[in-house]
Ligand binder design. Sequence first.
Ligand code: DGI
Ligand code: FE
Ligand code: FE
Length: 184
Amino acid sequence: MNREQMIEKVRAEMPERRWLHTQGVMETAVILANRFGEDAVRAELAAILHDVSKYWNVDRMQKVIRDQALPAELLLYDKELWHAPVGAWVAEHEFGVADTEVLDAIRYHTSGRRGMSKLEKIVCLADYMEPGREFPGVDKIRELSEHSLDLALLAGFNSTISFLLEKGKRIFPLTIEARNSLLE
Ligand code: DGI
Ligand code: FE
Ligand code: FE
């Protein structure tokens, strides 16, 4: 599948506003890749696909998690986390993506994890700070991203963790590990 076909197929999976978000993540991921010395084509590919299953219903995501033996622990945490590993599976099996690092960038774009690759960090950070994003602290994240991928991403995880604490929600262990790992 070529880039244009992929874009059309992803676009058909989501409402227009999510497609606008995806385009913002694509542009931002390319800028960050060029800034921090990563392959912009792979960063853009991961960005195109990162939210491909965001609008799947819960049953459909649960089925992929169970049938494809994705980590069952996910089912104990917020369902907002599920579209990332499910998306990686879809990217591989429905879009023919074979690059495991691109697949991991999709898989960990929401939760993060310990010892993230540069490509994983870029996609995760682009998702936080694309031009359409508005939340308290996003401008600080954009500012930090001018110089430091790690400090900007750390600020992103801090903001998510604070948000989850405020809402009284559980925090997926990989997110805690991602934050600790950036602090080390
Ligand atoms: O899919 P997007 O909206 O573009 O962004 P995302 O994939 O980063 O999803 C973020 C949502 O996931 C955000 O509303 C917070 C929620 N979430 C729930 N539990 C956790 C979590 N995010 C992280 N990083 N860790 C969690 O434990
Ligand atoms: Fe997402
Ligand atoms: Fe996203």
